[in-house]
Design a protein around this ligand. Structure first.
Ligand SMILES: *Cc1c(COP(=O)(O)O)cnc(C)c1O
Length: 602
């Protein structure tokens, strides 16, 4: 390298000149605009092979960091644990960087002149040089090539995993004399000497340049080198899996095109249409919502409105998820908790006509316990004869609605939940379903601030709308839902067979009686449940009483008005939820059933 003069110092002057003229902006860094700069940052981040939530912090050296905007981009777009080292020759640029990010490491360094010891401060997992080799200003091509190769030759030994840099492409309509245009072959030939066959060249991001990645190892091999052993594997009570990013992407692109993000957007409309078709219902029968709970609220406000002082109570079973009661309270009702039937595990319509509270009841909410569907006909009769509105909490009963909507859907609304733990999920979401399309229309209005067509609020309301983004996930979920459901049913069948082998199948409760996202084991009493949970946990197997001991045992609802609840008291502590996941292996199921067998002494 040249001892007398460092020709690349003229490049430094070039950049400092831009920074003085334009300040700390994209133009100040000699980029045409912010968008192109952000795109280059994204491509630089493409170098990292580790997911953002990797347990080990990554050390990233940003060579020619300028004013440190890549650090901002990293923090905004990657997160995770990162140690960032910004290195530059320009004291001016670094003064901006330090002011903005005083907590990061900033190193003023001339890589070609620094001692080996000084260079140590740049030791890192990944090194990126974004824009260092794109402008040659008044340097010759040869001098620029020598600058590139001697810089990377010096740094490569300090890089543990890989490096990335960009140059201008030679495959362009015209080349600029002040830019450094290279061919793929030139760069690949040089990097091959450094990194062997662990190279990647990217020219897929729409700019007149390309980016080269050079790695020290093959993809994936860094995992073997990890000094940390894999975390102990726990089998969780439920391990959801929603559509992968690639499956959602086409829908996200539609959102980009539409520029419509909520308020009954095109994806929500498509989702509603596809859901009603899947349930073999007529158009308008389904209204998707921001959650199962908001679907309940929409159903209540549409059918019964807020609680009336004459009839302030809402009847519902205590053996349910808190969301049921939460929806009632949001609409002003005082919950009144009733028991379930021992055989069906459901609140039966036949149990209510003689109920002493009935004259003060403004709403009844039966629940599809663990997705065990509620037949609609008896409740339609109840509603007609007692003149009390009914809304069904069918949160987990999506499968039943798909399989037999004639039996489970009628002119009283049923709320479904699309929460990630349900069989059909989109993160957070829900749906109200009824053959009475005036009710769905009214629920949509109630969940959109009471607006219908105009911005005039006409009824009791809240915001329960689902966004286009959640609809995108739900559409992708619907695309692949049959396979997902089949996998869950297989898990339930596998449990059933394992319990049969040890003679405990009479205590198994699973699909098709209840939804296939639940597998329950009925113990003899609470003590056995607790013993079983402890024994399972000792083997890193989680289990769960999904509805706790009933809502009336929740601190907030302890004083709730209620009947005696002998069936709930008996059943709640005995229905133990066992681990479920679409990809739960048969070997895990056998292990789980073995533990249960040892607990019951079978
Ligand atoms: C899941 C569930 C809810 C709540 O649904 P969200 O989508 O989480 O609001 C309500 N009731 C029952 C019975 C549920 O299982």
């Amino acid at each position: 390298m040249s001892e007398t003069l460092s020709p690349y110092l003229s490049i430094l002057d070039y950049y400092d000149g831009h920074l003085r003229r334009h300040g700390d902006t994209a133009a100040g860094a000699a980029w045409p605009n912010d968008q192109d700069r952000a795109r280059r940052f994204e491509v630089m981040m493409g170098l990292f092979r580790e997911p953002a939530d990797t347990s080990q912090p990554l050390v990233i050296c940003d060579l020619a960091c300028g004013t440190g905007e890549f650090l901002r981009h990293l923090r905004d777009h990657r997160g995770g644990d990162i140690r960032y080292i910004g290195a530059d020759l320009s004291a001016l640029a670094l003064s901006h960087a330090r002011r903005k990010f005083p907590d990061a490491e900033w190193v003023e360094i001339d890589v070609l002149k620094a001692t080996d010891e000084q260079l140590e401060s740049l030791r890192c997992d990944y090194l990126v040089a974004n824009g260092l080799f794109t402008v040659r200003h008044d340097l010759s091509r040869e001098a620029m090539w020598s600058f590139l190769t001697s810089t990377l030759d010096r740094l490569w030994p300090l890089v543990r995993r890989g490096l990335a840099f960009n140059v201008m492409s030679s495959i362009v309509d015209w080349q600029r004399d002040d830019l450094f245009h290279c061919s793929y072959d030139e760069i690949a030939g040089y990097l091959h000497q450094l990194a062997g066959r662990h190279l990647q060249i990217r020219a897929d991001y729409g700019l007149y340049e390309f980016t080269a990645y050079a790695y020290k190892t093959l993809p994936g091999s860094h995992k073997l080198a990890s000094p940390h052993p894999a975390p102990p594997s726990v089998i969780p009570a439920f391990r959801p899996q929603l559509p992968m990013a690639d499956a959602i992407l086409p829908y996200l692109r539609q959102i980009d095109q539409n520029r419509w993000y909520s308020n009954q957007g095109p994806l929500v409309m498509t989702l509603q249409r596809r859901l009603t078709e899947a349930m073999q219902l007529k158009s308008g029968a389904a209204a998707v919502t921001s959650s199962g709970t908001s679907a309940l609220v929409g159903g209540i406000l549409a059918c019964a409105g807020r609680a009336h002082p004459d009839r302030p109570y809402a009847l519902c079973p205590s053996y349910t998820f808190v969301g049921t009661i939460s929806a009632l309270e949001h609409c002003g009702y005082i919950p009144y908790l009733v028991d379930i039937d021992e055989q069906s595990m459901l609140l039966e319509a036949s149990a209510l006509p003689e109920h002493p509270m009935l004259s003060q009841v403004g709403l009844v909410m039966p629940v599809a316990t663990y997705g065990k569907p509620v037949a609609v006909a008896p409740w339609q009769d109840f509603k007609r004869s007692c003149d009390i509105p009914v809304v069904i909490d069918g949160a987990a009963a999506f499968e039943a609605m798909i399989d037999d909507s004639a039996r489970y859907c009628g002119n009283i609304p049923v709320a479904l939940s699309f929460h990630a733990t349900k069989i059909f999920g989109c993160g957070e979401g829900g749906c109200l379903v009824t053959t009475d399309i005036e009710i769905t229309a009214k629920a949509v209005q109630a969940l959109n601030f009471g607006f219908l067509a105009t911005r005039e609020c006409q009824m009791a309301n809240t915001n329960g709308k689902i966004s286009e983004y959640h609809a995108a996930v739900a559409l992708a979920e619907l695309d692949a839902w049959r396979a997902k459901r089949a996998a869950f049913i297989e898990v339930a069948d596998c449990y059933r067979q394992a319990f049969q082998r040890v003679g405990l199948d009479s205590s198994f409760v699973g699909s098709p009686v209840i939804a296939s996202n639940y597998v329950l084991y009925r113990t003899v009493d609470h003590d056995q449940t607790l013993h079983m949970q402890r024994e399972l946990l000792a083997r890193k197997i989680e289990s769960r009483l999904w509805y706790g001991l009933g809502v009336h045992h929740q601190p907030y609802y302890r004083a709730a008005a209620r009947d005696e609840l002998p069936v709930s008291e008996d059943l709640a502590p005995r229905l133990l939820g066992l681990p479920v996941a679409a990809d739960l292996p048969a070997s895990a199921i056998d292990r789980i059933v073995d533990v249960i067998k040892s607990c019951v002494g079978a």
